[in-house]
Design a protein around this ligand. Structure first.
Ligand SMILES: [Zn+2]
Length: 122
């Protein structure tokens, strides 16, 4: 059983589940529908892009000031919580640099042989 509600923004009558909860316990829903809220959110974000970025930056700076080890600890926690993704990342790194390593060793050994021609051939 679903009730219908008229959105105060688009004035379209919609199923109640298309309105997100404002208070789930009291069964109170927002006056505007989810679509209108998403649009409002998007418009707000676009209008306040700099403000939001600034806020985020300030938050990070503050967080860092309070706890300079925060970043390191967050990284450590990530590693602990995501051993699989850390392992995969390191494999990816190895794969990406394998070619480079091989080239380096080829160049190096060629150079080595050139430099120590007498000894190598002896
Ligand atoms: Zn609406």
């Amino acid at each position: 059983m679903s009730r219908n509600k008229i959105c105060t923004k688009c004035h379209i009558e919609k199923d109640e589940f298309l309105f997100s909860f404002r208070n789930k316990v009291k069964d109170i829903r927002h006056k505007s529908c989810k679509m209108c809220q998403a649009v409002t959110q998007k418009v707000y974000a676009a209008k306040n892009k700099e403000l939001i970025a600034e806020k985020r930056k300030k938050y990070r700076a503050k967080r860092y000031e309070i706890d300079s080890q925060w970043k390191a600890r967050a990284m450590m926690k990530f590693r602990k919580d995501n051993p699989e993704s850390v392992r995969r990342a390191s494999i990816k790194y190895d794969e990406a640099h394998r070619e480079q390593k091989r080239e380096y060793s080829v160049v190096y050994s060629a150079e080595y042989r050139e430099l120590h021609k007498d000894r190598v051939n002896a």
